[in-house]
Write a protein that binds this ligand. Sequence first.
Ligand SMILES: Nc1ncnc2c1ncn2[C@@H]1O[C@H](COP(=O)(O)OP(=O)(O)OP(=O)(O)O)[C@@H](O)[C@H]1O
Length: 720
Amino acid sequence: MENNQSELNFEKERLEKTIMLAKKQLNQARQKNEENKSAIISAKKELRENTSHSISALWTSDGFEALAELSQYLNPVTDKIVDYEEVENKILLLENLIKSPYFARIDFKFDGEDIFEKIYIGRSSLMKDNSYEMYVYDWRSPIASVFYRFVMGKAFYDAPGGRITGEVNLKRQYEINNGVLEYFFDADVQIVDEFLRKLLSQNTSSKMKTIVETIQKEQDIVIRDMENDLMMVQGVAGSGKTSIALHRAAYLMYQGLSSKLSSNNIIIISPNSLFEQYISNVLPELGEDNVVSVVFEEMLTTILRNEQIQSRNQFLENLITNSGYHDIIKSCIEFKTSHQFLEILNLFLCDLPHRWIAFEDVYYDGQCIVSKEILKEKILGRKEVPLGMKLKQLEEFILELIYESKKIRIKKSEEFIIKNQIQKFTELNVLNLYRKLISDREYFYRLSKDSELPDCIEDILIFTEENLSTSFLYYDDAAVLAYLYLKINGTNYYKNIKQVVIDEAQDYYPLHYEILNIMFANSKFTILGDINQTLEKKEDLSLYGQIREILNKKKSSLVTMDKSFRCTNEILIYSSKFIKQSIEIKSFNRKGDEPKVFAADNQLSLNEMIISEIKFCQEKGYQSIGLICKTEKNALSLFECLKDRLDVTLIKNKSEADLQGVFIIPVYMSKGLEFDAVLICDTDITNYYSEDDKKLLYIGCTRALHRLNLFSKGEVSPLL
Ligand SMILES: Nc1ncnc2c1ncn2[C@@H]1O[C@H](COP(=O)(O)OP(=O)(O)OP(=O)(O)O)[C@@H](O)[C@H]1O
């Protein structure tokens, strides 16, 4: 792009000045940390020399004094280490800043002033220490939002002190690599679109990329939202939901001094561990620590410590491959995670002290210390305290009563015997209680007399009873059990979490949201999903209404996004035929080849077709090529066919991989991921025929950035 020579000179000079300042600050920071290092070494030495006595005295009767003495020496060391780490972080930011200090500039005139100020925007800020002159503004700073939200003319941004209004008369974007200004251009809408199109035409990388340079207005609105306790996004495949989730996390760690969060205040609930690896680079690239990321089942495992739990991937594989049990598995998950069943569970929980806890009179030394009626009464009071906690307190209460009546301290061995006697009714086995609810039919139907039950309820109960008799907890039962457990015992996990980010929201059921609501009762939520990307259930926009009702937050908002950034136009149009046409998906009009369906007569010729397509993609320079199959079983058999002919990796449950190369992956594991080229490898009629299969095809096809083709052996699926 041609630039006016004087402008070019100005920008070069400005870049030079910025880099000089950053280098100066870098040198100062390095020097400071050299000093910090020596201070830490000498403080440690002092600690060793002056506290050896205190350490050995810690276990003696002077322990407390020793501890006080020790902490007197320990605190300065820890302070210095914190200081050192802060400066290290600054060094890292400055090193990156020197390579590419900023990517945009806006010229902004504040209302009531005469001159336009040049605001340079980068990944982190740079300020001249003595004059407070901002050389670079962090992309998360309030004024930077003008770059993302406005074109030329009147504009505003919201600062901590209120709304600031003004005018923009220049928007400029830069490409700066290794401190060299490659080019810049003044952006109008058309040019920006062209720039983004070029960017999106590039190959995907093994890890998800940051998008700070091209965040779109509607994405920016979600990223910076601080108004809502519950922010929901319904976005089509490739609309940037995961990108938004991560950039929002970075924003929350920057925003406002008082409300600023640290990385351990935010948790991301992600669909699987492969996805977790895929997104793991974004926050560090944005200069922030990674936040805690968990897969939902990991949370269930934390709650139900001793149980072996079926993972969602195992559940899906079982559902898809086990045709004999397909319908009952589906009915079970639908019913047991529904609002109707939740009501039954809640009635059951209320009924526990009345019917399922066998209170007994407690005797000591031949004398009745407390009657079962009194014990029950104590448990029925204080409704706000979880039952499990009240039962624990009951143990203490009984022991106290014994001390009071006997006026003597009882021996440990006697206490043990009494506790054993009490614990027969104070320790609840939640799994057994759940088994009883399901197996006592008369009781179950009595509890559910006001609920709408599915026609196949008897089959559901029989199937559940069988499953609960094994030592393995199925996916649906694990959620039920976790809910009961949390309601009975309360929770202490994840206490420091203030923001919960849930990606792939459509994969969770109402009961899952109930669990999340208990686990993160005081947190805010950002929830992103796509109702078209469900695997085993039907969803519509009412999903978000249900979430809103369950989480019951003061302020909530639902934003929809219909523009896909991932796929070419042709891939998007092809993929759209698998979903309801009422949803219009917009693309960036990026051009590519039309997807084609290749049909082979037998396995050998199918293998040849797939291999030749892979070779073609490799020759075109595509670095990540995804071979998507319906199931892990199909993926494994394709892997067996190809493994001696190509360098290919099979992705299974819990696999770890950098997504560069050729991969065979079951479709349900490809969620959230993307590949330069996708081959859907088993699109024959035996694999894809139902409404659910359409959604699998939609998910598989929309993983492709540049090229998509479909392959089948024998009769081609009628869905294509
Ligand atoms: N504003 C943007 N600028 C540049 N690239 C973007 C932008 N938004 C999204 N992308 C790119 O589009 C692709 C899809 O983004 P992302 O994975 O966040 O979408 P998603 O909505 O989570 O997709 P899916 O639901 O299909 O998993 C990624 O390659 C991402 O880098």
